[in-house]
Design a protein around this ligand. Structure first.
Ligand code: S3P
Length: 429
C-alpha cells in the first residue's frame, strides 16, 4: 500500500496572525477535574485532537457525560466517585492520559480498570508512576511487573507519601497529586527541578487542597467540589512551530495570539533569544490562573549556542523544533540533558538525528545530547516515526527549501489543521 505523504514547496515569507488550538496539557487536566467535580461545567476552547479525544472517551467510560458545544466541551461530572468501566480503557497515543488517570483510578476503592494504548504508548515507561502509587497503597499490575501497559488497576484505600521525583516529570507529579485527592493524610511531591505546573494552577481554580513551598507541592483528601467553567489558552508547544518557521524564512513576520505563556513551558523563547531571534512577547491576561498573551517572531539570522541543561525541562516538547532552528543557524548548537526524550512518543533523540541527516545536516548523537552543525538544509524526505511533534518540526525545518513529509496525519495527535494553518501563513503555496 502507498504510504501517505505531503510535498511542501519551497516557501516564501510567512506573514500574518493566527491562534493555535487549545493547550493539550490543560485540556487533559481540565477534562479530568471536571469529570471529578459535582454538576456541570464547560471547558472553553479546549484542544480537540487525537490525544484529548482519547481522554474524553476514557472519562465517558468512567461515567462522565461529555458533550461538544460548538468549539467547547460541556462536562457533567460524576463527583469524586467514578463508575467501573465495562471494557478496557484505550488511551491511544496519550501518555498524559495514561499516567494521570492511573493516579485517579488508584484511589477509586474497589473499582477495576484495565488501561492500554497504541504501540508507542505500550513501550513507554509506566514504572515511574506505578512504583510511587504502590507506595501509597495502590494495587496495580501490568506487563514487566507493572512497568508497561497494559496495566490493570483495582482501586484501593490510599495513604499520602512524601516523594522526591527521580526524573523531572510533570506527569508523575500530577499523577501523585491526583491520587493524593483520595488519600489519607498529606501527599507531598518534591521536584528537584521545576516542571509544568498546570495541575497546581487547576487545583487552585477548583478550590482543591494545595500547598506549595519552594519545590515541594502538597495536597490531601478532597471534599466534593463544584464544577467551574475553565478557559483553555492556546498551546505554546503548537505556537513554537510557527515561531521557528518565521525565524528561518527570510522576510517573515508572524504573530501568535491568545497563547499560554506559563513560564514552566516557555524555555524555548529564552534559547531562541540567545540565538539572536527577533522575538517579542507579552502577557495580556490570565485564564484559569494561566498567563496568556501574544508572541511575535520576525525572520532572524540565528547563531548556534550551547543550551543550558536547566532549561530543558521547561521546553521538553520543543527540542525537535529547536533542532530545526539549529539546522538553520550559523555554527554549532549543543543540546544536553536529553535522556527523557528517548522515552517520548518516539525516541526523539534518534528521530531528530535521522531527520536532520535526511535534510543534509551534520549531526552527532550522544546518549543524552545532540550536536548540530548549522548552515541550512537541503530538500529531502522526513519521517515522523509515529510522533506528532517530529512530523511538524521537520516539516518546518524543510519548508524554506521544500520537503516531503511522510504520514503527515500524525500531526493530528495534537494539532488537526496544522498544515492548513502553516500553508495559510505562506500565502497558500
Ligand atoms: C506533559 C508532561 C511532559 C510532556 C508531555 C505532557 C504533561 O511529559 O512531555 O507532552 O501534560 O504533564 P513528562 O512528564 O514525561 O516530562
Amino acid at each position: 500500500m502507498d504510504r501517505a505523504h505531503l510535498d511542501l514547496k519551497p516557501s516564501g515569507p510567512l506573514r500574518g496572525a493566527l491562534r493555535v488550538p487549545g493547550d493539550k496539557s490543560v485540556t487533559h487536566r481540565g477534562l479530568m477535574l471536571l469529570a471529578l467535580a459535582e454538576g456541570e461545567g464547560r471547558l472553553l476552547y479546549p484542544l480537540k485532537a487525537g490525544d484529548t479525544l482519547s481522554t474524553a472517551r476514557v472519562l465517558g467510560a468512567l461515567g462522565a457525560e461529555i458533550a461538544e458545544e460548538g468549539p467547547h466541551f460541556r462536562v457533567r461530572g460524576q463527583g469524586l466517585r467514578l463508575k467501573e468501566p465495562g471494557d478496557v480503557l484505550d488511551c491511544g497515543n496519550a501518555g498524559t492520559l495514561m499516567r494521570l488517570i492511573l493516579g485517579i483510578l488508584a484511589g477509586q476503592e474497589g473499582l477495576f480498570a484495565v488501561l492500554t494504548g497504541d504501540h508507542s504508548l505500550r513501550r513507554r515507561p509506566m514504572g515511574r508512576v506505578v512504583e510511587p502509587l504502590r507506595a501509597m497503597g495502590a494495587q496495580v499490575d501490568g506487563r514487566e511487573g507493572g512497568k508497561r501497559a497494559p496495566l490493570a488497576v483495582r482501586g484501593a484505600s490510599l495513604r499520602g507519601i512524601r516523594y522526591t521525583l527521580p526524573v523531572p516529570s510533570a506527569q508523575v507529579k500530577s499523577a501523585l497529586l491526583l491520587a493524593g485527592l483520595f488519600a489519607e493524610g498529606v501527599t507531598e511531591v518534591e521536584e528537584p527541578v521545576p516542571t509544568r505546573d498546570h495541575t497546581e494552577r487547576l487545583f487552585r481554580h477548583f478550590g482543591l487542597p494545595l500547598g506549595v513551598e519552594g519545590n515541594r507541592i502538597r495536597t490531601r483528601r478532597a471534599d466534593p467540589f463544584p464544577a467551574r467553567d475553565l478557559v483553555v489558552p492556546g498551546d505554546f508547544s503548537s505556537a513554537a512551530f510557527f515561531l521557528v518557521a518565521a525565524l528561518i524564512t527570510p522576510g517573515s513576520e508572524v504573530v501568535v495570539e491568545g497563547v499560554g505563556l506559563n513560564p514552566t513551558r516557555t524555555g524555548l523563547l529564552q534559547v531562541l533569544a540567545s540565538m539572536g531571534a527577533d522575538l517579542e512577547w507579552r502577557v495580556l491576561e490570565g485564564e484559569a490562573g494561566e498567563p496568556v498573551g501574544y508572541i511575535r517572531a520576525r525572520y532572524s539570522p540565528l547563531k548556534g549556542v550551547s543550551v543550558d541543561p536547566a532549561l530543558i525541562p521547561l521546553m521538553v516538547d520543543e527540542v525537535p523544533i529547536l533542532a530545526a532552528a539549529a539546522a538553520w543557524a550559523e555554527g554549532e548548537t549543543f543540546i544536553p540533558n536529553l535522556s527523557e526524550l528517548r522515552v517520548k512518543e518516539s525516541d526523539r533523540v534518534a528521530a531528530i538525528a535521522h531527520n536532520l541527516r535526511a535534510l543534509g545536516v551534520e549531526v552527532e548523537e550522544g546518549p543524552d545530547w545532540l550536536r548540530i552543525r548549522g548552515g541550512g538544509v537541503r530538500p529531502g524526505e522526513v519521517e515522523p516515526f509515529h510522533d506528532h511533534r517530529i512530523a511538524m518540526a521537520f516539516a518546518v525545518a524543510g519548508l524554506p527549501v521544500g520537503v516531503r513529509v511522510w504520514e503527515p496525519g500524525w500531526a493530528e495527535i495534537s494539532y488537526p489543521g496544522f498544515f492548513r494553518d502553516l500553508l495559510g501563513l505562506c500565502g497558500g503555496s
